[in-house]
Structure formats: C-alpha cells, structure tokens
Design a protein around this ligand. Structure first.
Ligand code: UD1
Length: 430
C-alpha cells in the first residue's frame, strides 16, 4: 500500500486547477444507464471511485473508455440496448455511491439486483430513504442475502410524492433518475440541495428529462418516454478546492485555485474569513491569503448550504493549530471523528464527546506515522503533516485516492514537500 511522506513547515504558494467533482461525476455516470447510445462526460477526475463505478457499469454491459493525453478527463460511455441489471458485492463493497445504479436500472430495465453498499466507515449510512422513495414509485423491493432485489410492475414506475425523512444526496439523485422515466409527475420534498444534485439535473435535462427545482428542497420531475445520450461537463470539485484552501490557511500561504466556484463554497469561505484568511474571486480563480496563525472558529456540519461534512475533518486540523478553542459539531454522520485519534498522536489537544469535538489550539504539532481511516479523514492527516514539525508518514493512502486526484501532486505544485512512496519501496523515507 502506498504511503505519503510529508515534511511539514512550508507555506503553500502558487496556482493550481481544481479537478471535476467526484460526487457529480458518479451520478452522471450512473445516468448513462438511462439511455442507450454514446454518452460523453467531460472533466471527470481520475479517481479510484470513478474507476470502480466504471467497472460496475462495464459489468452491466456499458462500454467505458477514457480519453488519452489531453482528453484524459473525458469519459465515453456506450450503453447498449440490453443491460444486465446486476451490481455484485465485489464491485459495490468499496463504494457506497454504487447504489446510484438502482434508480436508473429500475427505470430502464424494470428490475435490479444490487448489493447493499459499503464505502467509508463513517457510521451506519443506511439506504432506507432510497428504497422508500423507489417503493413509492411502485417498485417492489426485497432485501435478501445482502442484496436489494427490486422489480417494477407491468406499466413501469409511476410518479408519486416522495417526502424524504432525512436529507440524502444520493437518495435525491437516485429518485430523480428513476422518476425521469416514470409515468406522470414526481415531487421530491426535503430533497438535498447540493450543487452536485443540481449538476445531475442539468445533465438529465440535457438528456431530455423534465425537472424543475433541483438545488431547492422541492424537486419536480415530469416523467418522459425516453431519454437521449448525455454530453456533459461536470462541475468543479468544491471539496478538493476547500481542502486546498484549508491547507493554504493552515500553512500561512497564498494560493489561487483555477475553476473553483465561490458560490459552491460559501459556508466554508465564511469560516475561513472569520479565521483570518482573505479570500477573493477573480479571473475565474479563487484566491486565499492567510495572515499569521488562524483564529479558532466553531462550526456545525449540515446539509447544503450548511457547512459540508466532507470539510469537517480538514477544518479540525486547522483548528488544532489555531489560536483559541473551537467547538466542532458533526450532525450529518455519526462516527466521523476518527481522524482525531491520529491528530492527538501528533500533539493536537482535542476531546470528543458524542458528535462534538472540543479543539484547544496548540502552537505546534509534530510529525508522526499516522493511518488514514476514511476519505476526508485522510485529507485532514495530510494537512496536519503539512503544518507539523518534522516528518509525517500517512499510511493507507488508498482512502485518499478514492476521492482526490493525486492530491500530493497538486500540493507539490504549491511548494509542499510531499512524496508518494509506492507499496514495498522504502527508499523514499528520509
Ligand atoms: C453524499 C456524498 C458524501 C457526503 C454526503 C453528505 C456522494 C457520492 N457522496 O453521500 O461525500 O459526505 O453526501 O454530504 O455524493 N441516510 C439515511 N438513510 C438513507 C440515506 C441517508 O438515514 O437512505 C443518512 C445517512 O446515514 C447520513 C445522512 O442521511 O447520516 C446523509 O447521507 P447522504 O446524504 O445520503 O450521503 P450520501 O449520499 O451517501
């Protein structure tokens, strides 16, 4: 397994481009199941999760081809007339987003057998809302042997009112895709408002779907008879952008991120400003200039437009070295403070009780061997390595590779001392 070896203490400076959003690329790929023909997706990041979903779609009969060279971020998906509506455990277990194929399969094929998902170890993460919504559209759903087995009665799915009990990003996306080909009108209430949900709606509308309200908490979908292939460029990754901004703030740096969208990052930018960074959006880039040691700011995660849970771990690292104390409350996922134990080993002063972390900022943290436990926790450890005295070795980098496109390369471009050491090689360890 690869490791990242980081020598901390360098302020990040310079400019890099933001990659396409993992969480927008995955649903757009799943949407390719909704229409036969050749789909083209642009700005698709090269990530383990994208490769996993590609393999899963391949298993169903979809041709998946990535462009080469300059076209390396283009994905061509060739969806056949006949799809094998099955998502086996081996392909689904590493990635919870695999559940995104369920809605499209039911809409297009009328039946599906999809393994219950795995993914990050950050709490129970059930899919009851997906299943409840699909049942409301008329699907007959059973759970057997770790699989969801679903069929649609003759005549297909029919529009319905689906009030979500909890706000679910992929749940909203799954239902939007299923409802796109249902008979009649579907109304999703208490829907997720994330920019990635809106981006999927843009892609679906381009395919011929009739969707209104995506990006608000009520989404209306008028089912259509059929859809055409997509040609779509996914939005920039707000979480990658946010991670780099926090890295710059933590190291006292000054960076510009090409393609980052301030309007998708409002809650984070507000916290970074309160913490002392100056942030401006100009010429298609977002610029952050840190000034000295960050000030402590508390936060509470919430569905969009609240503070993103996917940025909580990185902000915990920033607060670990901030001046003052901060209370960080995680309301979206239970068990999402696993990075704290590792940060403590680096000298951070953090106590967790239930869903709340109390962070007393310290002036310095120290490099140490640490272990990544989930995707965003890994990012927080990399950030900690960037500010720590001495050497940090982050193990289990495969978690990071699920969702960041070679983060270490971008950090190096910004002046960080970060090296990837391939599994089995020790020569990179200084
Ligand atoms: C998506 C993102 C993930 C992000 C999360 C929250 C993708 C591919 N992943 O994950 O990066 O961390 O949103 O912003 O877009 N829940 C239920 N029942 C359900 C579904 C969800 O109880 O059927 C709960 C979850 O356990 C969790 C909360 O709702 O506590 C939010 O989960 P959800 O929005 O569904 O997360 P994902 O869509 O899996």
């Amino acid at each position: 397994m690869d490791t990242l070896v980081i020598h901390g203490g360098r302020a990040l400076t310079g400019e890099v481009a933001v990659s396409g959003a993992k969480n927008a690329a995955l649903p757009a790929m799943a949407a390719a199941l909704l229409a036969s023909g050749e789909h083209r997706l642009r700005r698709v990041p090269r990530l383990a999760d994208v490769a996993t979903l590609g393999r899963l779609l391949g298993h169903m009969g979809v041709g998946v081809e990535r462009g080469r060279g300059r076209a390396g971020h283009e994905l061509v998906l060739s969806t056949p007339g006949e799809i094998r509506p099955e998502a086996p455990y081996d392909l689904v277990k590493t990635m919870r987003a695999s559940v995104l194929v369920l809605g499209p399969l039911l809409a297009r094929v009328g039946r599906a057998r999809v393994s219950l998902p795995g993914g990050c170890a950050i709490g129970a993460r059930p899919i009851d809302q997906h299943l409840k919504g699909l049942a409301a559209l008329g699907a007959d759903i059973r759970l057997a042997h770790g699989y969801v087995e679903a069929t649609v009665p003759k005549g297909g799915l029919r529009g319905a009112h689906v009030p979500f009990d909890v706000v679910s990003v992929t749940g909203t996306e799954n239902l939007m895709m299923a409802a796109a080909l249902a008979r009649g009108k579907t109304v999703l209430s208490n829907a997720a408002r994330e920019p990635e949900v809106e981006d999927l709606a843009v892609a679906l509308v381009r395919m011929g779907a009739r969707i209104a309200g995506a990006g608000t908490d009520v989404v209306e979908i008028e089912g259509v008879e059929g859809l055409r292939p997509i040609d779509h460029e996914v939005i920039a990754d707000r979480i990658e952008a946010g991670t780099l901004l926090v890295a710059a703030a933590a190291t006292g740096g000054e960076i510009a991120l090409r393609g980052a969208r301030a309007d998708h990052l409002e809650a984070l930018l507000q916290k970074l400003r309160e913490s002392g960074s100056r942030i401006e959006s100009e010429d298609g880039a977002l610029r952050l200039r840190a000034s000295g040691r960050p000030a402590a700011v508390g936060l509470r995660t919430a569905p969009y437009p609240g503070f993103p849970t996917d940025m909580q771990a990185q902000m915990t690292t920033l607060m670990a070295i901030a001046e003052g104390s901060a209370v960080i409350e995680e309301t979206v996922f239970e068990n999402r403070f696993m990075h704290v134990l590792e940060l403590q080993r680096m000298g951070a002063d953090i106590t967790v009780s239930g869903r709340t972390a109390h962070v007393q900022g310290v002036r310095r943290i120290e490099g140490a061997p640490v272990m990544a436990t989930d995707l965003r926790a890994s990012a927080s450890l990399v950030l900690a390595g960037l500010v720590a005295d001495g050497r940090t070795v982050v193990q289990r980098v495969y978690h990071l590779d699920r969702g960041y496109e070679r983060l270490e390369r971008k950090l190096r471009l910004l002046g960080a001392d970060v090296r990837r050491v391939a599994a089995g090689r020790r020569d990179g360890l200084r």
